[in-house]
Design a protein around this ligand. Structure first.
Ligand code: NCD
Ligand code: ZN
Ligand code: ZN
Length: 430
């Protein structure tokens, strides 16, 4: 199997675009070179596909280290197949899925099941996380060694914070001894108790209880101290507050092994933007203040925040119709992430295209030690072709995801992925 992508606009080491021809063989990039004439597929033998990418950007496939695929147990929200297709449509080629399934991914059997289903879907690379504690109940640690052996790439109780410091410390010490990462949903339940949105004007206006910033930052601070004590690689999920960012920045400065991620919605929306009691604006962490949004943007720019993730969290329309107080937290993310960030930050002139692409490819690959995420000979032929000029309105009805729960419906965006390639094979194309 050979793939040739001709006329590809690729970002070079200086972050500038140049036109190249990318050749891949047996799932691996062979060559990236300047070529004058359109290669003739016939000249390479029958098993060759040539794509003319004239006028389009070709990047390493996007990597999303925080997603919810819902299978097993919540197939009415999403399956590994529909989630993988949604990811492919958003330009993602590698995704790491959270263990808050039913049953929770806390046994080697469920890790294997997720890997099998992903294999059957045959689309993107799916990397499973396993739970830190049994059934994500925050009490008894799972069997980290067995879960690692089954293919888990890290440990997290995402969906809920690990409430007890001793449990987190034990988890970190064990993960460190196995060379594994602890990925933490940071939330102190005692400060949250049933609040559906962030503290702020919106909560006040609608008489809702507010989630304070400290509920996140207290866990971040606690865990940084525990990471220092245990030496583990500690990764903070969906960071959303100025205070957490301050703590992470200081920890990085003194050499503690901490990394973090941010979601597009926390870079683009504040609690002031919530139009009304529509649960498509309800997610965890909640939309916070404008100050927090600006802190997230600046931290992604200076590298304090390492990467962008979607926290793709599909729920059914029926579940989201239960109203702001009762509906589950979460919004879908795969199919809008790149166009949102490209339109709002790159086309507007605040970020370079190179920075955005790195935060969605090379940076997550570096943090999690993945071989993907770079355009060079020997790397996996996981590639995304993007039409930066293409302009389109977000239409949730067209999502490949089962989830329609997005606050971005109707937004007019530029920079849509048009072809996604995994291991040299086109897995999605417009
Ligand atoms: N982010 C969310 O709002 N929801 C996630 C859980 C989580 O990421 O904490 C979910 O599983 O629905
Ligand atoms: Zn979470
Ligand atoms: Zn999540």
């Amino acid at each position: 199997m050979r793939l040739i992508i001709h006329n590809a606009s690729v970002l070079n080491d200086e972050g500038q675009l140049e036109i190249k021809t990318i050749t891949a063989e047996d799932g691996v990039i062979k060559q990236i070179a300047a070529m004058d004439s359109v290669p003739d597929a016939g000249a390479f033998g029958e098993d060759t596909r040539v794509i003319d990418a004239a006028g389009k950007l070709v990047t390493p496939g996007f990597i999303d280290m925080h997603v919810h695929l819902r299978e097993p147990g919540f197939e009415h929200k999403e399956t590994i197949e529909t989630g993988s297709r949604s990811a492919a449509k958003g330009g993602y080629t590698t995704i790491a899925c959270m263990p808050n399934t039913k049953p929770v991914t806390d046994s080697p059997e469920i890790v294997s099941l997720v890997l099998e289903k992903a294999q059957e879907a045959g689309l993107v690379n799916v990397l499973p996380y396993a739970a830190i504690t049994k059934n994500e109940q925050g009490r008894e640690l799972t069997d980290f060694a067995a879960l690692k052996a089954a293919g888990a790439i890290g440990f997290t109780d995402d969906g809920v914070g690990v409430q007890t410091a001793q449990t987190m410390k034990d988890a970190m010490a064990l993960a460190a001894s196995l060379g594994m990462t602890i990925i933490a949903h940071c939330e102190d339940n005692s400060l949250v108790e049933g609040a559906p949105v962030a503290e702020g004007e919106f909560a006040k206006r609608h008489g809702l209880k507010g989630i304070p910033n400290e509920s996140e930052a207290i866990h971040v601070g606690r865990d940084i101290l525990l990471a220092e004590a245990t030496g583990v690689h500690y990764h903070v999920c969906h960071v959303s507050t100025e205070q957490s960012i301050r703590l992470i920045r200081q920890a990085k400065e003194i050499g503690i092994n901490v990394t973090t991620e941010v979601c597009p919605h926390h870079l683009l929306l504040s609690e002031e933007d919530i139009p009304g009691l529509d649960a498509n604006w309800k997610m965890n962490p909640p939309l916070r203040s404008k100050r927090d949004v600006e802190a997230c943007i600046q931290a992604l720019e200076d590298g304090t925040i390492d990467m962008v993730v979607t926290d793709h969290a599909p729920h059914s329309a029926e579940e989201k119709a239960r109203g702001m107080q009762l509906a589950p937290f979460g919004i879908v993310g795969f199919e809008t992430a790149f166009p949102l960030l490209y339109t709002k930050f790159v086309a507007s002139g605040r970020w370079s295209l190179d920075m955005l692409v790195k935060r969605m490819t090379a940076d997550p690959a570096r943090v999690f030690g993945l071989s993907a995420g770079r355009l060079e000979a020997g790397a996996p032929a996981d590639l995304t072709i993007v039409d930066l000029e293409k302009e389109k309105e977000v239409n949730p009805e067209e999502f490949a995801s089962k989830g329609r729960n997005t606050p971005f419906g109707g937004w007019k965006l530029k920079g849509w992925p048009v072809t996604t390639i995994v291991a040299g094979k086109v897995i999605w194309s417009e």
